[in-house]
Structures are given as structure tokens and as C-alpha cells.
Design a protein around this ligand. Structure first.
Ligand SMILES: [Zn+2]
Length: 228
């Protein structure tokens, strides 16, 4: 029998959604690997702190040419999660596309940051995407303008990790969407789940699950469109 996600959500006192790239594909944002694979043989280097430091122009080119979809809008998955989390929960996302924020999610942990948070490393001033597209150098002080995202080779900020752990620990229902449960970083976070919490994964095809977890097999857009 299929796990009844609607009943679980109704009964839950605190829901933690754990999401990844699959949630944003319905908004027209390709997964990191499919997006970057087209343009680069070394996507992980392109998005590394080593590249940012050694080749700031190449890093900037890569970001502005491959990573931004400013016309993308939240889809029904983002919207339903926002409604539920604003009432009784938190969304913890690996996505840097800002769509959960755009959907009005107030209780949100952007685990890998938000690519629209652009700032000068020298003075901290904020910049818009059009400004960043024009130049990665802050004219006033020569500082490097960068997105506040976790690059390869950079640690996830401690406050972010703590916020995610707090949400996972508090939840009596964990819903994993658009990502796998068994791969870093969420596999690590799930260790903090209460042993009485229900863990559910929504995915088009069955995923390897930790012991005791439930699977809702189906297109996440269709599954979430049914929720209220
Ligand atoms: Zn500056």
C-alpha cells in the first residue's frame, strides 16, 4: 500500500522538508550535473573556491553563463512546501536558486546558500544580478564580488548546519524531495532525526532508503499538486 503523505502531513506537528535539484527542474532549472556537463568538463572545479581565487574571470564567466535562471518561478512543490512549512515546519534545501524564498517560505534553511546574495568580499556591499553580470570587481575598493554560496572546498557555515540540525531534530515527519536520502549532505542530517519521526521520500523511481523510511513513488509535481 502506498504511504499516505496527506494523512502524515495532517497528523504531523512539525514537518521538515529536505529538498534538492529535482524540486526545481519543473521550474526549468536543469540539475547541476546536466547543466554544467554541457559547458564544462570539470564542473566541480568551475564551482570551487580554488577557481574563484586563481581564475576570478573564469569563475565569473561560469556563474553568469550557466548558473542563473532569473525568469524561473516557483512551482507547485515549492508553493505547497511553503504553505505547510510556514504553518508548522521548515524547508531545508540544497538548491541555490532562491525559488523557496521566492515562494514565500519563511522557515527556510538554504544549506548551500543563495546565488542571488551577491556581495563584495572586501566591504560586504550587496549587488544585484545585473550589476554582477557587468563586473565581478567592486569599483570603489577593487574587492571581488561573489555569490554567497558554498563552493567546493568551502565549509558550510556553522550557523546554517545548526539551523538544519535543529529543524531535523524537531520534526516528527521528514519529507525528502528531489534528492536522495543516502548521499551527502542529507544522509548526515538524517542521523539527527528523532527515532520516532517518519521519513518519507518522494521520487519518480524508488530510491535506496534507510531502514524504516517510506517511499512515495511518483512525479513530485503531481504528488504535491494533490496535497493541501
Ligand atoms: Zn567593496
Amino acid at each position: 500500500m502506498m504511504f499516505d503523505l496527506q494523512s502524515a502531513l495532517n497528523q504531523s506537528e512539525f514537518v521538515c522538508f529536505l529538498t534538492g535539484a529535482g524540486v526545481s527542474t519543473a521550474s526549468g532549472i536543469p540539475g547541476f550535473r546536466s547543466a554544467t556537463g554541457v559547458y564544462s568538463d570539470h564542473p566541480e572545479y568551475s564551482l570551487s573556491v580554488d577557481n574563484l581565487r586563481a581564475h576570478p574571470a573564469a569563475f565569473h564567466d561560469f556563474m553568469v553563463n550557466n548558473m542563473y535562471y532569473p525568469d524561473a518561478r516557483p512551482n507547485v512543490i515549492h508553493q505547497r512546501m511553503a504553505t505547510i512549512a510556514n504553518r508548522k515546519g521548515t524547508v531545508v534545501t540544497q538548491n541555490i536558486d532562491g525559488l523557496d524564498r521566492q515562494a514565500g517560505t519563511n522557515h527556510l534553511v538554504e544549506f548551500h546558500g543563495n546565488e542571488y546574495d551577491l556581495y563584495c568580499e572586501q566591504c560586504g556591499q550587496q549587488f544585484t544580478l545585473p550589476e554582477y553580470k557587468q563586473s565581478y570587481t567592486h569599483q570603489n575598493d577593487g574587492g571581488n564580488i561573489r555569490p554567497r554560496i558554498v563552493l567546493y572546498g568551502e565549509p558550510i557555515p556553522t550557523t546554517t548546519v545548526q539551523a538544519a540540525i535543529t529543524a531535523v531534530t524537531r520534526a516528527d515527519l521528514l519529507v525528502v524531495v528531489g534528492t536522495s536520502l543516502v548521499v551527502y549532505p542529507f544522509a548526515g542530517l538524517l542521523k539527527y532525526a528523532s527515532h520516532t519521526a517518519s521519513i518519507v521520500a518522494v521520487n519518480k523511481t524508488p530510491l535506496p532508503l534507510p531502514a524504516g523510511a517510506h517511499m512515495v513513488t511518483g512525479d513530485a509535481t503531481a504528488v504535491f499538486a494533490q496535497l493541501h
